[in-house]
Write a protein that binds this ligand. Sequence first.
Ligand code: BG6
Length: 465
Amino acid sequence: MERKIPKNFFIGAAMSGPQTEGAWKTGGRLESIWDTWSQERISDFYNKVGSYVGNNFYEKYEEDIRLMKSLGLDSFRTSMQWSRLMDQNEKMNPEGAEFYHKVIRCAEEEKIELFMNLYHFDMPTYLFKKGGWENREVVEAYVNYARTAFREFGKEIRYWFTFNEPIVEPDQRYRNGFWYPFLKDAKRGMQVQYHISLAHALAVREFRKAKEEGLMREDAKIGLINCFAPPYTKENPTPEDLEALRMEDGINNRWWLDLVAEGHLPEDVLKTLSECGLMPETRPGDEEVLKEGIVDWLGFNYYHPSRIQAPAEKTDENGYPKFSDPYVWPEAKMNVWRGWEIYPKGIYDFGMKMKNEYPNLKFFVSENGMGVEHEDRFRNEAGEIQDDYRIEFVSEHLDWIFKSIEDGAQCLGYHYWGLIDNWSWNNAFKNRYGMVEVDLMGNYQRKLKKSAGWIKQLIAEREKN
Ligand code: BG6
């Protein structure tokens, strides 16, 4: 194999608590917003498979971590579920804590570095009913949860993350109406985005405090993970297309990058939001809080670029300003099952953006993967899924990552998303991402796909270099 993996570049897997654990009513776990949606409208979920399923990680964590080890992976990101660690009185649930202690111990025994995220779109329902991220009391409840986690597991976990993809809930739940409670309200979406930003900064403050008090590992680091889809517009853009690009990049990318690299939100974006009535409600002292949002490193989830153009209409159906419309690039190569464009060079472009605009912030590719429907079609006679498309997808992305490193990007590693088939929100198990198959009809049995052997070999060859 010609591909040369840079020295000290880590390769691991990413998944999340709510998409894997299952056991939704076990050990005093609270109901989460996904359970509520599943119970109220199960038909919204592919094949009526709701949040309660996961991939049975709760029972199989030892097998899964050993499996990662057997493939040669060195690290694994998952998330704690707020609904498992805490009770309704905002105190720690000892049974929930014990589960995470067991997972951490197992990862340590297998020498898999565990990356722990605190929030992956999974708010406990009782807090959602209090107004969710629109309510500052909920921000405080999150900070209390983060504080509890840092203090309970501070000596055991090195790498912490406050949020996975904080842009997704404002978009999916509040602006685009795709996720429960299906709102299309740009104003409320901005408020949610703003409060999540404060929650992030306050959690970083708690992390630093716990560290100063000697409650964390000395080498502990805190980060944020987002899907920074690099934005592109047409080849010969009009000034309106470029303006659309500024706001798209501003709200989805620069908002979080400025926060975690410099401790503030982008001035030009706030100015535009004020001018058009979308400025979130702020309070005195918030600016000081945001200054504490600076992290030690960053996770970059990458699946597809964002292609946009000037909006055809200036306002949406509610009279709020529209900043952009999607642009369909005629040359786009698509993952037709997921409906996402495959554009590996985007990963390089992001690396160059980081090098040029945020040179002090190191990052890693924290998710990248390919979800495909009906993978049964690709089974060979021996019953193994021949997922050559996935091997090609990962190879191409890795090549662009390595090129970005050669050209000066400070990218430290790569996590494949969904190493073991897992539950994908309302798509449930429609598109499978795994290099390891999960048999839903066969007691969640794990079975390697061709790509698992491929990545094992790739890593083994690195060891030889
Ligand atoms: C990322 C999320 O956006 O993409 C994951 O962090 C998600 O939770 C993954 O599963 C793939 O997207 P989807 O919608 O196909 O599951």
